[in-house]
Design a protein around this ligand. Structure first.
Ligand code: NG6
Ligand code: CA
Length: 512
């Protein structure tokens, strides 16, 4: 019924129906688009990518019936730059203030910039962001946590928003719905500070006995405000009725994702759903606790899979599964201890969050940015497994092409249309992938080149080999996926070629 209605509307409204996807007879109507962006889920964390101890049946089902990529990359090894690149089609290093943002950051993507949601919106879609945002909100003059926070998602092209401003471990610990804090009592306003603490508010560092849900890891901060028995980064006071309960975050945001789908079943929609799982603090709902025997991190993966299942059910209930394109991927690679003693290290056992790759979150090695990436779209994509080189920076140009929306000249400066790779017609994908962590790297063909960095704060966290950060590195990923054998000295020509390419990307303001 719904399908017929929409097709009729598309023709009656004079909107051109999508061109047939190459090689298929079908003429799909405009697909709904859902991007499910996990937080800190690694290459090896999900069943379809080799995990066995944690069960991810919902993800695996989408993977089995869709396109599954083995060489897919987030642009950066941390959240803010990764998400910036996905939503703008621009490498984050080109812009200031795109490193991991504090909870009171002002809006990082400027309203005058072109964005993926706005381009999709212009094609007649209803657009929403639900869950983790981490791209700042408001500006210096107008960031009023007790009022309307603008600019924000609306000004960037999202019709509806229900967001966590930054991360689970950063204040303010509240949901912001359509740019106002949800459930805020005007008689108990919230105050937020990343400078001075509020006098008389107990802090993690002064009142460790109040850290009842999770203890912070020694030397890793998370000792400022205490919310829900968990120490956070940053200070806040008041706003009690609006504070989230960590155990319920997945339920709350998943419910909002589902109700957006329900509200928009009669028109094309774009849902950008950033889960809080499996970022710290990991406090999954009690119904997941103990499910994996791997502690909070494993149980949070199970919770993540449950969220996917809820989205699938909502689509099926409304007959929308066939023509909804669902992407599931992650913002950066995995980390075990990211600041709380939650058992992730102790209970890991033989689970390999990073799969066969080296490094993890924060790292320029493969596990920092190579992530699970699947696309499920029965109407347009046959089940395939692809080793094509794909990057989240291409989501903008590719989705625009998919829905027949031309890109404004200034839009998506580093984004290429990879529709053929997405649909399995092109086995190669990009000619190269650019990655950003504490330094930059390029993957091209079999080769991975890492630019020397000269020492940086994050390197110390991820690498212990002395001097590695000062050397050029070159790995043959076809033989050495674990990046153990630095071949730079033996292959000066390859090093020169890739170093030159990297510099070219660096110097240009765009690569498209
Ligand atoms: C780090 C935090 C870490 C996490 C990360 C952001 C410390 C010591 N560590 O600075 O806990 O919040 O930032 O993660 O504060 S991300 O996935 O959002 O990029
Ligand atoms: Ca992340």
């Amino acid at each position: 019924m719904l399908h017929i209605k929409r097709t009729l509307c598309l023709s009656a409204c004079g909107i051109s129906i999508l061109p047939a996807i190459a090689g298929t007879e079908k003429q799909p109507e405009k697909p709904n688009i859902i991007v499910i962006l996990a937080d800190d889920i690694g290459y090896g964390d999900l069943g379809a990518y080799g995990a066995t101890r944690v069960k991810t049946p919902n993800f695996d089902r989408l993977a089995a019936n869709g396109a599954r990529f083995t060489n897919a990359y987030a642009v950066a090894a941390t959240s803010t730059p990764s998400r910036y690149s996905l939503l703008t089609g621009e490498y984050a290093f080109r812009r200031k203030n795109t490193a991991v943002a504090p909870g009171n950051a002002t809006v990082i993507i400027k309203p005058e910039q072109e964005t993926l949601p706005r381009t999709i919106q212009q094609a007649g879609y209803k657009t929403a962001v639900v869950g983790k945002w981490h791209l700042g909100i408001g500006d210096e003059r107008s960031q009023d946590w007790n009022g309307y926070l603008s600019p924000g998602p609306k000004e960037l092209g999202f019709d509806y928003s229900y967001i966590m401003a930054a991360t689970g471990d950063r204040v303010p610990c509240v949901f912001v719905e359509n740019q106002r804090i949800a459930n805020l009592d005007p008689n108990d306003p919230i105050e937020v500070s990343y400078g001075k603490p509020f006098p008389d508010e107990p802090l993690g560092r002064t009142h460790p006995e109040l850290l009842t849900k999770l203890k912070s890891s020694p030397g890793q901060g998370h000792l400022d405000a205490i919310i829900n028995g968990v120490g956070r980064i940053g200070y806040s006071r008041g706003g009690k009725s609006a504070l989230w309960i960590d155990e319920n975050i997945a339920d709350s945001i998943t419910a909002k994702a589902v109700s957006f789908i329900e509200r928009n079943k009669e028109n094309p929609f774009f849902l950008y759903f950033g889960t809080n799982d499996v970022h710290v603090p990991r406090v999954p709902h009690p119904r997941f606790v103990g499910q994996t025997g791997m502690g909070a991190r494993g149980d949070a993966i199970a919770e993540f899979d449950w969220s996917i299942g809820q989205v699938i059910e909502a689509l099926e209930r409304n007959g929308l599964m066939e023509n909804t394109l669902i992407i599931v991927t992650s913002d950066n690679g995995p980390v075990l201890d990211d600041g709380y003693q939650d058992g992730a290290v102790k209970l890991l056992g033989d689970h390999k969050p990073w799969g066969p790759l080296r490094g993890g979150k924060y790292s320029i090695f493969e596990a920092g940015t190579r992530v699970p990436f699947i696309i499920h779209w029965p109407a347009g994509i046959k089940p395939t497994r692809s080793a094509a080189l794909v990057s989240q920076v291409d989501m903008y140009a590719t989705l625009a092409a998919l829905i027949g929306q031309s890109l404004p000249e200034k839009a998506a400066p580093d984004s290429f249309n990879q529709l053929k790779a997405w649909t399995g017609k092109d086995k190669k994908g990009r000619t190269y992938v650019f990655e950003q962590a504490e330094t930059h790297s390029i993957v091209k063909g079999n080769w991975k080149y890492i630019k020397p960095n000269g020492g940086s704060s994050y390197w110390a966290l991820t690498e212990t080999e002395t001097g590695l950060d000062k050397k050029e590195q070159l790995y043959d990923l076809s033989k050495d996926l674990g990046e153990k054998n630095n071949l730079a000295e033996r292959n000066p020509k390859k090093v020169a070629e890739l170093a030159a390419l990297l510099e070219q990307v660096n110097k240009a303001n765009r690569t498209r």
